[in-house]
Ligand binder design. Sequence first.
Ligand SMILES: Cc1cc2nc3c(=O)[nH]c(=O)nc-3n(C[C@H](O)[C@H](O)[C@H](O)COP(=O)(O)O)c2cc1C
Length: 172
Amino acid sequence: MKLRELIENRYSVRAYLSRPVEKEKIDYILECARLSPSACNLQPWIFYVVISEEVLDKVHMAYDREWYKTAPVNIIVCKNTSVSWKRSNTDGKDHGDIDAAIASEHICLAAHEIGLGTCWICNFNPEILSRALALPSDVEPIAIFPIGYINEEKSSYSEKKRNALSEVAKWI
Ligand SMILES: Cc1cc2nc3c(=O)[nH]c(=O)nc-3n(C[C@H](O)[C@H](O)[C@H](O)COP(=O)(O)O)c2cc1C
């Protein structure tokens, strides 16, 4: 699939089959995330691949929505704040969130490319999620990605609602 087609056809999937996902497919997605660019190439991300019932249950407590509980895999993208690049000279801005977001979107596009669904989830309780994953204090959860085969009966692509290019691109 061409990049434009991938971008146009990807959508947030909110209905999953519990059918297991092959390990090679998860590895492919993780490899696409690992190859992401990052500020100063510091690669401050850590990808937690949650497959055990026990930890999935704990993750679900951090974001309690039925629609993703059937997904057999959750990838949690985290950033290590001890590693991420901080803008020097000026304001010290931590670029770890940006790095993690790039890797995250690679996860979304890779999953879509190989016929799996996913959805960004950031509206979780960070304390509960950090505890669920036993994260050290310098590691922050950025987003949860349920990964699974799409329940096509309950989920389908809908037209993208996006602001017009003329509104968002300023040629000066
Ligand atoms: C940073 C970010 C955080 C998001 N958090 C959530 C979330 O917590 N729960 C949810 O259902 N969707 C979440 N989404 C999905 C958006 O609602 C979705 O991407 C947007 O409505 C556009 O729809 P589309 O992905 O189908 O094109 C999030 C998306 C992004 C990029």
